[in-house]
Design a protein around this ligand. Sequence first.
Ligand code: 5RP
Length: 247
Amino acid sequence: MDVEQAKKEAGIAAVQFVESGMYIGLGTGSTVKHTVIEIGRAIREDGLEVTGVPTSIETEKLAIEHGIPLSNLTELGGLDLVIDGADEIDPSFNLIKGGGAALLREKIVAQASNRMIVVADDTKQVNQLGAFPLPIEITPFECEDTLRRISDICGVPARIRAKMNPTWRERLESMDSDVDVPSHITDNGNMIVDAGAGVPFIKDPETIESQLLHLAGVVEVGIFADMCDTVVLAGKSGVEILRLSDD
Ligand code: 5RP
């Protein structure tokens, strides 16, 4: 099974956890997109009744396209579960997230959910986090200074992500071409930094997370520690449901 097929199978299999009447957090990325599409199909064909809260503008558009009723945390108060992707998953189900720059909204939705289910292909499983560069959302103000402080804490280089958010690109194209804008802006108007050097550097996820969050200028960190209880993982041997208590 190739990686794209594994993402699809994991994304679809996670819908077994969705029941009628639930309030569901809808994650962001190329794996959970299959979950969103499958929930849309189940609404149309099987009479599933759920309300979703999206974690990005991209997912909001996809959910609307597939007929999923949407709301927000103010209206719903809390969620039964969130289904989301991950960039790395360690043996305790600590995660790196934010490869798609949606980490802030993803963490707000995850903390409002009774449980977090991660969908992934098996290349995302690691023994220690940090080979995937850690995404960190920061404010544009004095971003170079924040960047230096992030590098000092992590002990690895941190760089401002160069890829432009498509939503911002659309906005930029409709603006005056002389306007000087940062190269990458999130759905929340902030920038994304990636910290890493290709080797796992996160020995203690909760400590690094709290040190980074202590920095003025850091809005959110892509370490999701102690949030996920179930991983729907797909690879060569098919789809496996991994639960934390199985360890
Ligand atoms: C977006 C995320 C994604 O869930 C994560 O990057 C995994 O994405 P994909 O399923 O495309 O590999 O955290 O901010």
